[in-house]
Design a protein around this ligand. Sequence first.
Ligand code: ZN
Length: 149
Amino acid sequence: MSNLGELYQEILLEHNSKPRNYRELEDFNCSADGFNPLCGDKVTLYLKVENGTVVDVGFQGSGCAISRASASMLTQSIKGRSVAQAQETFDAFHVMLTEPGAELDYETLGDLETLSGVIEFPTRIKCAILAWHTLLAALNKTSEPVTTE
Ligand code: ZN
């Protein structure tokens, strides 16, 4: 498994050095700030939600490689998805990092599976999950009705 581990680490480092969607959106209708005092990670998410779909997403922040890579992957994975799908992705990600041995929803997770190894480092789980809690906070502030479809 060590080659797989190295591959995962490469993807993680690549996201850290070239984070995707690393910008403040000029036009957004929900945003939230997240802070992980254990590590000092900060993240701000900006979302543009239209007709129940996340049409654009950006983030800014500072922190460790895991928090930045996780936020970068988050923006990639929810852009173009419905709000309901974004919440499903949160759920799948949360299970992956908090329930050892649980059956994972690989289809929903996609590249996020790269971060599954974090479960072995309890102090880093908060780093990986920070952006995701920030996402839920941002979505809950949206003026758009959240559907359960
Ligand atoms: Zn961190």
